[in-house]
Design a protein around this ligand. Structure first.
Ligand code: GLC
Ligand code: CA
Length: 554
């Protein structure tokens, strides 16, 4: 086992309380064999650059065996690596190199549903209604005279209905199964003890290999309300339920038992292994239910991620978060981008609203305003990394990458695009392979030039090697923020709001650092103090609009 796991830690000082965790989307990070899809050897070869960036941990989106109907979030074998990404040996090597560099590794666990190619689902199709094989998933008879109508009216997150009718082994039209997401992603029945036991085994499989924790996919979805009552969401509701109050397939109370059980499994292992919930809930208070002392360790703060560039709204969500998470003994977490949302360098300056999951494309009403978006993104990240707690970064944001809006229609792969008959663009625009070298094939993503989603022609400016040499680049900004965050122990700090900067500022003290962001339209007078870092140019003591500074207290 590595040094990381041997390090003693006092209760309350566990690494995940303050960590900056960098999300790797394996398909789009680095491609060692040149087939156009990123892979584990590619990740290993580029870990040095993440150590230089100064992150504490990486989270890898799924690389397990999968037909890739939802980019790996459709798992056919939870305990093996998909050949597309490499082998288990490649994984072990990647993990060892990361640990040598002092970087912890979190893997993605997808418990809500499997792929329809999972052996259990294939067995369920062959076995008849009422069989133990069917009881691992949510099969029901249809409504209507001949069972020709779905069991209820639920709509899939990706569009269309949430039920699919199967053909029974004898060729007759049969039962229906539930899929919150794509038809290729049948939901498990988490009231079935066999499902629970199987996932304990999956956790142990990866823990035994030395992973430092799990990001738990759709952690608010596993338990459905008894009787599966009809439900119609609000018209413009977020697809993952992040702005809705009482949804029969999100946030049902029974789900917490599952995580109390997992907490016990992780506690058997040394080294403070961690569980992080992907749970879309409307408020920090609700999200905090996932991180009570005997449950998960972290939960993504989606209410924060979904807050517009608006000072009162940001102050409120920060205050609410710093109250709600510590109240249950958990760290606050912060996140602005991931593989499911519009990159924040675009999202923070859109010409119209775009609910989570819908994405943007050439015909969308919402279009980004690139320069403004990047300026706000740099300011927003400079606020986020000044906050106490743990923060998540998404690959490419340290380069200031924007959402790719102009992907050709025939390149798009998100199931949302297909299931809504091209009405919603979906999430491909944030998933384009990232640029490493301005003048290499595929910008250094590989050496063949292939890329599973085409990279825009104007991306040379964002390539890591270009930004490395530029003190004003977004990469240089992220490096400074991460270094200062560590030096001043901001992750373990406390926030005190500062008065006197007006309604359109975000101003707080964290330890010996003062963070001030100007979210308003006119420049702000800065107090005296040495500037440690600024998200944009600052002249003559004035803080321009959409700019953040960190000041030293001395
Ligand atoms: C989570 C993932 C998303 C995926 C969905 C279904 O929200 O982050 O990418 O499509 O779950 O697994
Ligand atoms: Ca590859």
């Amino acid at each position: 086992m590595t040094q990381l796991h041997d390090a003693a830690s006092l209760p309350g000082s566990e690494w995940w309380r303050t960590a900056v965790i960098y999300q790797i989307y394996p398909r789009s990070f680095a491609d060692a064999n040149g087939d156009g899809i990123g892979d584990l050897p590619g990740i290993t070869s580029r870990l040095g650059s993440l150590a230089e960036l100064g992150v504490d941990a990486i989270w890898l989106s799924p690389f397990m065996v999968s037909p890739q109907k939802d980019a790996g979030y459709d798992v056919a074998d939870y305990c093996d690596v998909d050949p597309l990404f490499g082998t288990l040996e490649d994984f072990d090597r990647m993990l060892a190199v990361a640990h040598e560099l002092g970087i912890r590794v979190i893997v993605d666990l997808v418990p809500n549903h499997s792929s329809d190619q999972h052996v259990w689902f294939q067995e369920a199709l062959k076995a008849g209604p009422g069989s133990p094989e069917r009881a691992r998933y949510i099969f029901r008879d249809g409504r209507g005279e001949n069972g020709e109508l779905p069991p209820n009216n639920w709509e899939s997150v990706f569009g269309g209905g949430m039920w699919e009718r199967i053909t029974e082994a004898d060729g007759t039209p049969g039962q229906w199964y539930l899929h919150i997401f794509d038809v290729s992603q049948p939901d498990f029945d988490w009231t079935n003890p066999e499902v629970r036991e199987a996932f304990r085994g999956v956790l142990r499989f990866w823990l035994d290999r030395g992973v430092d924790g799990f990001r738990v996919d759709v952690a608010h979805g596993l338990i459905k309300k008894d009787g599966l009552p009809d439900y119609t969401p609000a018209e413009d509701a977020d697809s993952m339920g992040g702005d809705e109050e009482d949804v029969p397939y999100w946030g049902q109370p029974g789900v917490h038992d599952v995580y109390r059980d997992w907490n016990q499994v992780l506690a058997e292992y040394p080294g403070n292994r961690a569980l992080c919930a992907e749970a879309w809930l409307p408020t920090p208070e609700k999200t905090a239910l996932w991180v009570r002392p005997d449950e998960m360790h972290q939960a993504f703060n989606f209410p924060y991620a979904m807050t517009d560039w608006n000072a009162p709204a940001l102050r409120k969500v920060i205050t609410d978060s710093l109250r709600a998470f510590p109240a249950v003994g958990a760290p606050a977490t912060w996140v602005l981008s991931n593989h499911d949302v519009i990159r924040h360098a675009s999202r923070l300056a859109l010409t119209a609203d775009s609910p989570q999951g819908e994405g943007i494309g050439p015909t969308s009403a919402a279009q980004p305003i690139p320069e403004l978006g990047l300026r706000r993104a740099r300011a927003a990240t400079s606020v986020m990394l000044g906050l106490p707690g743990s923060a998540y970064l998404f690959q490419g944001e340290e380069l200031g990458l924007p959402e790719v809006v102009n992907l050709p229609d025939d390149a798009r792969q998100d199931p949302t695009w297909f299931r809504t008959h091209h009405e919603k663009y979906g999430r491909d625009g944030c998933r384009v392979p990232i640029p490493w070298e301005a003048s290499a094939p595929a910008y250094g993503f590989n050496d063949s030039g292939a890329a599973w989603l085409p990279q825009p022609a104007e991306w040379a400016q964002f390539a890591r090697d270009v930004e490395e040499g530029d003190p004003d680049s977004t990469l240089s900004l992220y490096r400074s923020l991460l270094r200062l965050r560590r030096e001043h122990a901001l992750g373990a700090g406390d926030l005190t709001w500062l008065e006197g900067f007006g309604d359109n500022a975000i101003a707080f003290r964290n330890g010996d650092v003062t963070v001030i962001a100007n979210v308003g339209a006119t420049p702000l007078q800065l107090p005296a103090g040495r500037i440690l870092v600024a998200s944009g140019p600052v002249t003559e003591g004035m803080l321009p609009t959409d700019t953040t500074v960190w000041l030293a207290a001395d």
